[in-house]
Design a protein around this ligand. Sequence first.
Ligand SMILES: Cc1ncc(COP(=O)(O)O)c(C=O)c1O
Length: 374
Amino acid sequence: MTPFQPFELEAYQSRWERTVEMNLADSSVQCLSTHEWLDDDEQQAVLHTGLFYPEVNGTHALRERIAALYPGATPAHVLVTVGAAQANSMICQLLLEPGDEVVVLSPGYRQVWGLAKTAGCTVREIALDPDDAWRADLDDLDTLITHRTRLVAIVNPNNPTGSILTEAEMARIVAASARVGAWLHADEVYAGTEHGSAGETPTFFGRYDRVLCTNALSKAYGLAGLRLGWIVAQPDVIEALWRRHEYAVIAAAAPSMTMAEFALKPAKRAMLFARQKALTTNGWQLLRDWIAQQEGRFSVQPSHATAIGFVRSHLAVDSLTLADRIRAEASVLVAPGSLLGAEHHLRVTVGYPTDKVRKALERIGDVARKLSRD
Ligand SMILES: Cc1ncc(COP(=O)(O)O)c(C=O)c1O
C-alpha cells in the first residue's frame, strides 16, 4: 500500500487557525450567520425542517435548483454532498486506481493531488506561469495527457492564483482529455468570485460526456459552514457516486439542504454573490495599497477571481518559516505557498471587514520589515 499523503494545507490551517487573533489563511470571504441572509419565513422554514434522514442524494427541490445552473442537466445529473471536499474525494475514490496518471494545475488546491498520491497514482502538473498572471502553460498538454491519464483535475477559477481559463484554453483541455478518454474533473467553487464586471466563469459541464463538475456554497456564496456541495455528471456516474455516498456520509444535513434551496433562488443567489464581490473588491484594494507600501518585500500578479491574494515574498526565508513567524509574532495566520506548490508565496485572503484586513496586513508588514533587517 502507498503511504498516506496528508492534506498539508488543511492540516496547517486546522492546527493553527484557532490559536491566532486573525485568520487570513482560509479561502472564503467573511461568512454569514443564519439570521443575516434569511427572511422571517425562511428562518421559520429552517426551524421546521424535519430531522429524519433527508433524501440521500439530495432533496429533489435542491437538485432541481442545482441542475438549473448547468446547461442540459436534470436532477438525475446531481448528487448533493458535504461540501466540495466530499464531492472531490468521492470522485477520486470512484475513478482512481494504483498506477493511474492524474494531471492537475500547479500551484493549486492540493486535494486531488494528495488523494491521487495516496491512491498510488502518478501526479503530473500543468504549470501556471508566476510571471504571466499565472496563465496555464498548455504547450506540453499532449505530452502530459496520455493514454495512461485517468483523470484531469482542473480548478477554475484557480485557488490560489485567481486565474481563469479562457474559452480557448478550456477547449484545449477538453480536446486533450477526449483524445485519450480521460475523465475531466472541474472544481468550480470559485465561479461567481470574478473581479470587476467580468461575468460568471462558464462551467465545463456539457463540453464532454466524461466531465464531472463540483461546486459548493462555501466560497462565492459565503456559506462554508453549511458544508453543502454537489457533483454534476452523467446520471450513470451519479448513480455510482451515490453508492459511495451511502458509505461515506449517507446524506448531507437536512437543515443545510433547506438553506441551500434558498441560497440558490435566483434573487438570493444574486444578493449573496454581490455581497461576496463587495468584500472581495474592497479586500483586494486594501491588499494592493499595502503591497505598494512594502518597499519591494512583497509583490502580486494580477488576479481575476477570488478574495485570495497569492502574494510573492522577496524575503530570504522560505514560505513556511515566514508564515510561522507571522503566526507566532503577529498572531495572524496565512498559508505558506509551499503547501500549494509555489515556494516564496503566501496565501493571504482579504475578503473580510476593512479593519481586520488592515490590521492583519499591517502586522504582516511589521514582521517582514523586522525580517529584512535580520
Ligand atoms: C478548490 C477548492 N475545492 C474544494 C474546497 C473545499 O470546499 P468545501 O468547503 O465546499 O468543502 C476548497 C476549499 O478551500 C477549494 O479551495
